[in-house]
Structure formats: structure tokens, C-alpha cells
Design a protein around this ligand. Structure first.
Ligand code: ZN
Length: 250
């Protein structure tokens, strides 16, 4: 229609009509582009909202799946340091508590399950990280992946160096497994011979090496990952307007 009118106007040398038809054509194209852009932006907002909801679920899953072991591992470094101080006579205590003894016996355990943030992995793989408008969140997600990778590298590295004290020194530190009815899991009961440990230079060296490795594991791997996971959760809660404290209130 427009083309026919334009052709007729040119033939009749009606330049005013030609100009009007051109303006109509250009306006049509501009409006068409604008509508496409609006639709695209609206779709991105819809996709972003869906991603944020999935990311929140991924973070909660990562926290829940690791919580028990994470808390135990983070607490253990303090118990190992206390045990080492007692071993080397730097403490007034003249006996190891069950907890300190157990910490020594497990001072070569570093493994922990760090669930993948599947929604972010998917967003990255399809090259759509740009739909996230919050630059702080994008940065936090990238940092999370970095500390998670670092934790895995440390676990691999330290697992090759960690010394299983109960296996190497069974006379000094013995372990007996038992079923704990309250948690419905098998727990180890560890017994320590403090006098024998203090008199055995090989044991003191091995325990010291484990304490050093465990400190590196917590300081450079476990705590940065755990803190970044918590930080991510706070950020996403803020964006989504989620308040877990009020959810938990009666
Ligand atoms: Zn939350």
C-alpha cells in the first residue's frame, strides 16, 4: 500500500506526499525496533527473576547439604590447636578431653560437599550473565566460584599430605566406632595416651604437620568458601526481600 502510494507520488512529483510517506515508513521501522527492544527487556526481567529464585534455592541447598560437616570442620581447628598446646605443655591442662582427642584423630579429614550453584553455571554456559543487573551480585557469584575452586584444590593437595594418626600410631590414639542413636549415625570414640604421645617425637611431628595443614585448610579454603556462601545468601535475600528471621518467628 505504502509502496504504491509512494510510487504514485513520485510519478506525480508530489514531493510533500513523498516526504510524508517516507516519514511514515521510518516511524514504522523505529516503532517496530522499539517494541522489539521493550519485549526483549521485559523478557530479560522475567528471566532474571526466575534465575534469582533458582539461585536462592541453590544457595539454600548448598548450605543445608554442607551445614553439619561445615560446622564440625570449622570448630575442629580450635580443638586441634588446644590439643597441640596440651601436647607441647603450653597449657595448664594435663589431659586431653574427648573432643580434643577426637580432633587429633580426625585432623587429616578435609573433605566437604560443596554443591554447585546450578542456576549460575547454566547462566554462564549460555552466556547470559548480563541479564543480572546487580553488579555486586555478579561479582559475588564469580568470587564464590573462585573460592570454591580454591577449596577443592586445597582438599586435593592436603589430602595427599594429611597423616592418619590413629592408623600410624594405634598405640597412642585408638578409635572404636559406635552407633549414635540420637543422630542415627556411626560415630568414632577416640582414646588418647597423652604421656605416650608426649614421649614420641614421631607422633609430635606428625600431629604438628596435621595442625599446620588443618589451619591452612580452614584459613585459605573452608572459611573463605563458607563466608562467601553466607555473603551470597545475604545479598540474594536483600534483592528478593526475603527475611528468614521473620519466617522463623512464631
Ligand atoms: Zn534466603
Amino acid at each position: 500500500m505504502i509502496l504504491a502510494r509512494l510510487t504514485r507520488a513520485i510519478r506525480e512529483q508530489n514531493w510533500f506526499a513523498v516526504a510524508v510517506e517516507f516519514i511514515i515508513v521510518i516511524l514504522g521501522v523505529v516503532i517496530g525496533f522499539q517494541v522489539t527492544a521493550w519485549n526483549s527487556a521485559r523478557q530479560e526481567r522475567v528471566d532474571e527473576a526466575a534465575f534469582l529464585a533458582r539461585l536462592h534455592a541453590d544457595i539454600e541447598l548448598a548450605e543445608n547439604l554442607s551445614q553439619r560437616v561445615r560446622e564440625r570442620r570449622l570448630q575442629r581447628i580450635g580443638e586441634i590447636v588446644e590439643a597441640i598446646d596440651i601436647l607441647f605443655g603450653r597449657s595448664d591442662a594435663d589431659a586431653l578431653t574427648d573432643t580434643q582427642c577426637a580432633a587429633l584423630g580426625a585432623s587429616h579429614y578435609y573433605d566437604i560437599y560443596t554443591a554447585d550453584l546450578a542456576a549460575f553455571t547454566e547462566l554462564t554456559s549460555i552466556g547470559r550473565v548480563g541479564i543480572l543487573r546487580d553488579a555486586e551480585l555478579r561479582r559475588a557469584l564469580v568470587q564464590y566460584e573462585q573460592v570454591r575452586t580454591r577449596l577443592h584444590q586445597l582438599i586435593t593437595l592436603l589430602s595427599a599430605e594429611g597423616i592418619a594418626l590413629p592408623q600410624l600410631f594405634p598405640d597412642l590414639i585408638s578409635v572404636s566406632a559406635r552407633h549414635d542413636a540420637s543422630s542415627d549415625e556411626v560415630r568414632n570414640q577416640t582414646s588418647c595416651d597423652l604421656g605416650g604421645m608426649r614421649a614420641n617425637r614421631h607422633f609430635l611431628n606428625a600431629a604438628s604437620a596435621n595442625a599446620d595443614a588443618y589451619d591452612a585448610y580452614v584459613r585459605d579454603g573452608l572459611r573463605p568458601w563458607s563466608d562467601q556462601l553466607a555473603q551470597l545468601h545475604r545479598q540474594i535475600d536483600l534483592i528478593l526481600g526475603i527475611d528468614h528471621a521473620s519466617e522463623a518467628a512464631p
